[in-house]
Design a protein around this ligand. Sequence first.
Ligand code: SF4
Length: 383
Amino acid sequence: MDPTLAPIAEKCRAGQRLDAADGLTLLRTRDIWTLGRLADAVRRRMHGNVAYYNINRHLNYTNVCALSCKFCSFYRKQGQSGAYFHRPDEIAAQARAAQDAGATEIHIVGGLHPFEPFTYYTNMLAAIRQAAPKLHIKAFTAVEIVHLARISKRPRDIEGVLRDLQAAGLGSLPGGGAEVFDDRVHDEAFKGKIRSDKWLEVHETAHRLGLMTNATILYGHIESFEDRIAHLIMLREAQDRALAADLPARFQTVIPLPFIPDDSELESLYGPTGLDDLKMLAVCRLMLDNFAHVKAFWIMQTLPLSQITLDFGVDDIDGTVVWYDITKIEGRDTHQEVTVADLRRVIAEAGYQPVERDTLYRRVIRDRADWCIEQSTAPVAAV
Ligand code: SF4
């Protein structure tokens, strides 16, 4: 065992909170197995032998974007080759197909379209609500919410914008757009995007309105280990505030996202390795002691590595996905799907009990495409 990990192991055993120096030691260690065991002990304390998955469908409504983040290979400018845009009725038809296939959730994010009005977004939600009333709509990153506030001419009224979206059918917010909460990294890699204060304000406002949200960190590009740990501590402090204020909602899950350099302006970088992925997921589990869940997004980490992450602090693998335009696994188009049988197989083979959940981490009882929530199961609380 790496001797620098001994005092951290002691803190973990005693259930004490880790500080920034501990986080850095964990990221720097080469003792991946001890790190994994520490994260696994916390994960088992919270979730036992259960590993969650969900049946969902991702939908990226447009890749037309007013910004040009350097790490992004998804965006196109209006009229540029490859630019696309889906109308609300097309989106509703896809939502209906997802509901008919048994999905419990539709996960919607897209570029910051420079010309569509605010009503495009409320019409989209209302059309989905009508076509697929059983689907939970998880939609719009904090970056998109701020964009919607601007185009609705209410740049300071995040709460009003979220209320309008909620009334149209929004059920929760995804965690994207956080990238890395550091001004140097922001200015170099995603200038023009909102900074950490705004991202956190959107999520805290959502929590006050009863909208559950998730959080992400995009790692493995130009950020330092110090930046990663500072980001996690800012998330932890925001969750502390939500819990201390007894808000009706909070962060549910952290989703660490490895940077994928291909076709981006930063493609000269290597991106994170498999070991970095395992470390980052384990460190998230250990640092974010007030987050209930750590999720591996197999589109980014790959399904084979996601299976191994279950021993490194991860308790959730998202999801059946089906379509995903933002990043592509080599050799695949935007149809990126795993079957429920595949998800259950990789979870069971790793020694865990596969449990289907809905967006709010309630257990799902399923009969093919038909499903309901197991009433006796409440979502898992944070430690
Ligand atoms: S990361 Fe998001 S905001 Fe930035 S260019 Fe890509 S789509 Fe636009």
